[in-house]
Write a protein that binds this ligand. Structure first.
Ligand code: COS
Length: 379
């Protein structure tokens, strides 16, 4: 696909690929299986500019485009999907809304530390009763004097344990659902703010997923992000970009499944020959490759539209839907090709399978992506 990329994008891809092979690959499985956050790797990623790829240099970003971001998340996720989502949630869900909706003062205050990776960001939309129906937010924000007072709890916050800056959504006009929520920036040290349950998950275990509890948490009036009662749109626009990050993560998992399967099929001997000689294996590999290519092109197309400033919600949903289903398909076939060994921790494909599943769920389930796509078709 390199003919679709600029010279600068190819250079970035090569640089991230080398970093991921040298630094991430050797520790990825051990970290993931032991629920260990890759702090050193994230620090290095920050030094390489990977925590702020698609944001202007004036705020400390790398000044590149969203295609470059897509390529970087895929390269990282090829070796470690946990590291991929740490970068993606930080960039797409925190840096992006602050850059897009923040006041100049908010950008100056938060972006330099976030884009350089000195501080990690986390985004909280979901609640116990507000998952796919994200407008059903029960957490409240009330203006008292010159402070917003937040009360409630949020769920499934990626990077919740490590983050120092949180973007979250709370109801400012209870009963108004999507037209009565607003977005806020909250600093970790704010009194009344604490991390609740830390989830034990099927996969992506190197990235933390936490509950966030807000008890009379007072933040300055100026920490409202975007306009009052327009927080639902802030989240939807943010999730459009986030879905490209998850599509890219899923592409990385799919590619890992293909590359590991090709290697194994050439090495594994059965019936006095490598299993790669068997048409059953060859056809599985062919199907995996075709699906990956299709998902890559959809993700590239939606990223290109984002870079061009064209509305791309439907295309982002399509990219995320396809790439996540392709990641599951490829990881499933990879285990099949590896046979009994694929089901063990001696090979990485069991990790790919566990990691792939979440891409069909977070930042909008596959059903929500189908809803977004069909609504666009029918409007
Ligand atoms: N960009 C900009 N605005 C958008 C938008 C988008 N992608 N999607 C919706 N909106 C706007 C609508 O235009 C509407 O605006 P008005 O109030 O001016 O009419 C408003 O947001 C409400 O939209 P809608 O009526 O479509 O809201 P619904 O409650 O029907 O919800 C879905 C729409 C289901 C698509 C939305 O809730 C969703 O994406 N849910 C999944 C959330 C999710 O991904 N959660 C995982 C979080 S992981 S961090």
């Amino acid at each position: 696909m390199e003919f679709l990329l600029t010279e600068e994008q190819v250079m970035l891809k090569d640089m991230v690929s080398k970093f991921a092979k040298d630094r991430i690959a050797p520790v990825a499985s051990d970290n993931e299986r032991n629920h260990r956050y890759p702090a050193d790797i994230i620090k290095e990623a920050g030094e390489l500019g990977l925590m702020g790829i698609a944001y202007p240099t004036e705020y400390g970003g790398a000044g590149m485009d969203y295609i470059s971001y897509m390529l970087a998340v895929e390269e990282v996720s090829r070796w470690c999907a946990s590291t991929g989502v740490i970068i993606s949630a930080h960039s797409s869900l925190v840096c992006d809304p602050i850059y897009r909706f923040g006041t100049e003062q908010q950008k100056q205050k938060y972006l330099p530390d976030l884009l350089s990776g000195k501080k990690i960001g986390s985004f909280s939309l979901t609640e116990a009763g507000a998952g796919s129906d994200s407008g059903a937010t029960k957490t409240t924000a009330k203006l008292v004097g010159d402070k917003w007072v937040l009360n409630g709890s949020k769920l499934f916050a990626t990077n919740g344990q490590e983050a120092e800056v949180f973007v979250l959504v709370a109801s400012t006009e209870p009963g108004q659902k999507t037209r009565g929520v607003s977005a806020f920036i909250v600093d970790r040290e704010t009194p009344g703010y604490r991390i609740g349950k830390v989830e034990r998950k099927l996969g992506i275990r190197s990235s933390s997923t936490t509950e966030i509890i807000l008890e009379n948490c007072e933040i300055p009036k100026e920490n409202l992000l975007g306009d009052l009662n327009k927080g639902f749109k802030v989240s939807m626009v943010t999730l459009d970009g986030g879905r490209l990050g998850i599509a890219s993560q899923a592409l990385g998992i799919a590619r890992a499944s293909i590359e590991d399967s090709v290697k194994y099929a050439k090495e594994r001997q059965q019936f006095d020959a490598p299993i790669a000689n068997l048409q059953a294996i060859q056809f599985m590999l062919a199907d995996m490759w075709v699906e990956y290519q299709a998902a890559w092109l959809l993700t590239w197309r939606a990223s290109k539209m984002k870079d061009a400033g064209i509305v791309y919600s439907q295309e982002a949903a399509a990219a995320k839907l396809k790439a996540s289903e392709v990641a599951m398909f490829c990881a499933n076939k990879a285990i099949q090709i590896h046979g009994g060994y694929g089901y063990t921790e001696d090979f990485n494909v069991e990790r790919y399978y566990r990691d792939a599943k979440i891409t069909e769920i977070y930042e909008g389930t596959s059903e929500i992506q189908r809803l977004v796509i069909s609504r666009s078709l029918l409007q």
